[in-house]
Every structure is written in C-alpha cells, then in structure tokens.
Design a protein around this ligand. Structure first.
Ligand code: SAM
Ligand code: SF4
Length: 460
C-alpha cells in the first residue's frame, strides 16, 4: 500500500521492544513540550509493557490533552442516511451479502425529520454516514449533496445544524468539489486496516476491495479543496501496534505532500453487527488497556490532531478516554437510517455501548469538570487545514475555543438542559470565568447578554 512500508513498520516495532525503559522518560519530556514524535519514538511507547511505565505514558497524554484542548470535548451526532451498499466488508451489517437487515435510504423529508429530532435534543453538529450505493436513479454524489442541503435547511427556534461532516464512499475530484460546495465540514474515510493482506481478505468484493483507491481518496478530497479530512483504523482487523504506526505513517506522508495532516483520527473498535460472524469473532481484539495506550500514544504523537470516539465504547471507558486525548465524541447515537424515530433498534450498522441520552452525557461530562462544546466556529471562519494548524500550534486559537465552547454550552443549558444539568453547567461556567482575563471576560459577557436577549449562534 502506498506510504505504508510494512517491513519498515515491522523493523521499528522490533527495535522498539528492545529499546530499554530509559528511553521513555526522554520521549515523554519531548511530548510534554508539545512536540510531535518520530515514528520510532511512537513505536517505543507502543511497545512498552511495564505497567508503571505505561502509567507515565497515560499521565503524559493527560498533560498534553489539558495543555492543548483544556477541558473541552466537542459533541456530535451521527445521522445514517442510507444502509444501501455494494461492498461486502466482512465486519459490517450493511455489506451486500447480508439479507438480515432491511435496506433503506432516507428521503429528504425523512432526513429533515431526523434532523428536527436531533435539534430538539440540543445537537448542532452532525456526521452524515452512508453505505456505498445510492438510491435507485441517483448517483452517490447527488444523494450526498441533496442530503447535506436537507440537513442544513432545517430551522427550529433559532437553531440549525452548524456543521455537517460526512463519512461516505470515496469520490472523484469533481464529485469532491460538489461535496465542498454543499458546505461539508470534514470528509471522513477510514482505511480500516493498513495491512494489505488483511485489507484484501476483509474486503472481498465491490469498489472498496481496492485499497489504493481508498488511500488516494483522501488526497483527491484535499486536491478538491476539502482541507479538513478525517482518517481512521478499524481496530480488531490486524495487530493494533502495526495499525497505529501505519496511521502515523499515513499522516507523515500527507504532511509531507500538503504541509498539513488530517483534522481528525477516528479509532473505532469492531462491535457485533447483525449478519456478520466476523464482527463477533474479532481476530485481533483490542483490550481496554491496550486501547487506552493507543489513544494516549496518538495524542502524544500528533498533539494537534483531533481524536474522535464514538458510542461504540462504554460510558465508563469513554469517561477515562476523554482525559487521555479524545477531543470529539458522539452522543445518543443511532446507527440505522431513521433510527432516531424508531422505537426499537433494528437495521443497525453495529450495536452501540453508550446508550445514554445527550443530557446524561452532558451531565456526566460536567460532573467531571469537562466542558462539552458544540462549537463549529473554526470551519465557519475558514480556520481549516493548514490555516487551522498554523493557528493551533502556537496556541493562537485557544482564546476563541474557550469563549466559543462556553457560549455553545450556555445555549444548550438555556434551551435544552434538565434542571440538574443546567445547575451544574452554570457552576462550571462561573468557575471557567475565574480563569479568564478582563478582555475575554468582557467579550464573553457581551455575547452572554445577547443570548439572554434571545440571540443564538454567536461565535468568534
Ligand atoms: N460506507 C463507508 C465506508 O465504509 O467508508 C462509510 C460508512 S461506514 C458505515 C463507516 C465506518 O463504520 C467504516 O469505515 C468502519 O470503520 C465502521 N464499521 C463498520 N462495521 C463496523 C463494526 N461492526 N463495528 C464498528 N465499526 C464498524
Ligand atoms: Fe458498506 Fe461501509 Fe459497511 Fe463496508 S463499512 S459494508 S462500505 S457501509
């Protein structure tokens, strides 16, 4: 696979396992100065087995997360727009050979209904998700554009969806340009596995069976002007240390070519999916402790790249992972088209483990001192791609991020929160205000007054 030298990754991992504990301290102090790690440094962290050394790695990740992101955690909801698919990925219930689910692509009216529900819960950011086949008579790109427009079109009591990201089939450059014109935030595409033999085994047919086309799609998206791209690995398909180093190789290659890397990394672990024996007998199951180490090593290796966690993980593990480096999470997710209005879970892509409603997730985050944020300002102010990184690295958007997070939190508390969550939220806002300088405090209170007088969607 392009950029992924399997032999080199193997050599790095072998060398790392005999590197010696003394190396860890040096690597972690480099990390704490917020510098990006080399592949061999990341390999040494990944290879560490000693529990007290691993604790040091987790503590360092906690430190870096706090330094760069503060206590903020961005929240979004997935919106499955279709489960039609012409691929046969062995791990997914949407695969073409699976006859155990009903197939459905949402109409624009159905999409608007789902969006109205999500808005009524307090969501502002959506990740549209689709299988790789369009409804009859439509091309994939026309279906995506129509769906994105439908999502943005819903207005409810001054609220609307502020950022639509998409996880969909790879497209060509012309099609990516159309996606960008429709107002897409991040284009997400997971390579699933960077191990070529495994890739070919688990993707036996359909367009997805070509790994190079998938790898190239990220570049086509960037060339088409979508400079917030998201990559990811589906953990469980192959050895997690190999996959984690490989994703870092992919990032290095993108950075070399475009001068900026992906906006986000996703770290899904395989969950049981209807009609997929493979997803139940996962070949390289990643244990919770290894998963925590993966998140921590990614946070230390690429400190400015967002890491996304979904409701595939349990509530308690998610709570731990926030401190280790996760910057975005989904909440109250349904993984079937139309799932937000179905009373029973059916036709899902996989089963979720964190089933708490948004208000419960908000409450739990606030209780632990995290600041849940629905902010979409960077993308709307065109702070994306290279520009985002050039502002983020010297800490030049920390001020905007802090203000915008508190503003979106106040909007949630005023419009959607339960009494208890509202009380906790305001306590947290008051505490955060104590740490702001006079200028920021003045700016925040001016925006807060506008919200109190009924204005919404204020950001800097
Ligand atoms: N069809 C597009 C694709 O495959 O890229 C996008 C949508 S697909 C539903 C989104 C992601 O779901 C896949 O990239 C894969 O990583 C993940 N996925 C599939 N089956 C899964 C399972 N059983 N458990 C967890 N994640 C899964
Ligand atoms: Fe289709 Fe994506 Fe599922 Fe593969 S992972 S079967 S491409 S929806």
């Amino acid at each position: 696979m392009k950029y992924i030298d399997e032999k080199r990754i193997g050599t790095l991992l072998n060398a790392a396992s005999s590197a010696g504990a003394d190396k860890i301290d040096g690597i972690l102090s480099k990390s704490k100065s917020l510098q990006r790690l080399t592949l061999s440094e990341s390999a040494i962290l990944l290879a560490e087995k000693n529990s007290s050394q691993i604790k040091k790695i987790l503590d360092a990740a906690h430190y870096v997360k706090d330094k760069i992101y503060g206590k903020r955690v961005v929240i979004f909801a997935p919106l499955y727009i279709s489960n039609l698919c012409k691929n046969n990925c062995l791990y997914c219930s949407f695969r073409s050979d699976n006859s155990k689910i009903d197939r459905k692509a949402l109409t624009t009216d159905e999409i608007k209904e789902q969006v109205a529900y999500l808005l009524s819960r307090g969501h502002k950011r959506i990740l549209a998700v689709a299988g790789e086949a369009a409804p009859k008579g439509k091309s994939n790109i026309d279906f995506y554009v129509e769906s994105i427009e439908a999502i943005y079109s819903v207005k409810q009591s001054g609220n609307s969806i502020r950022r639509v990201n998409i996880n969909c089939a790879p497209l060509n450059i012309e099609e990516f340009k159309k996606l960008k014109s429709a107002g897409i935030g991040t284009f997400q595409l997971f390579q699933e596995t960077y191990h070529e033999g495994t890739y070919k085994k688990v993707h036996p047919s359909g367009p997805k069976s070509d790994p190079e086309n998938r790898l190239d799609a990220i570049e086509r998206a960037i060339k088409a002007g979508i400079d917030d791209v998201g990559i990811g690995v589906l953990y469980g398909l192959y050895d997690h240390k190999f996959e984690t180093l490989a994703i870092l190789c992919h990032i290095e290659a993108l950075e070399k070519k475009f001068n900026f890397g992906p906006h986000t990394i996703s770290v899904p672990r395989i969950e049981p999916a209807i009609g997929s024996d493979f997803s139940v007998n996962v070949p390289y199951k990643v244990l919770d402790d290894d998963f925590k180490k993966i998140v921590a090593v990614l946070r230390l290796s690429v400190p400015y790249t967002g890491i996304i966690l979904s409701t595939r993980e349990t509530a308690s593990l998610r709570d731990e992972l926030f401190s280790l480096g996760i910057s975005q999470i989904s909440a109250e997710s349904k993984t079937s088209p139309g799932g937000y209005s179905d009373s029973e879970e059916k036709n899902t892509q996989f089963s979720t483990n964190d089933k708490r409603c948004l208000d419960e997730v908000m409450g739990s985050l606030l209780e632990k001192g995290f600041i849940p944020s629905f902010c979409a300002a960077c993308y709307r102010k065109e702070r994306t791609g290279k520009k985002f990184m050039s502002l983020a690295k010297p800490g030049l958007i920390a001020h905007q991020c802090s203000i915008n997070a508190l503003v979106t939190l106040k909007e949630y508390l005023d419009d959607f929160a339960s009494d208890n969550v509202r009380r906790e939220g305001y306590k947290l806002i008051d505490k955060q205000k104590e740490g702001l300088d006079d200028k920021s405090l003045k700016q925040l209170s001016e925006i807060f007054s506008r919200i109190d007088s009924g204005k919404r969607d204020e950001y800097i």
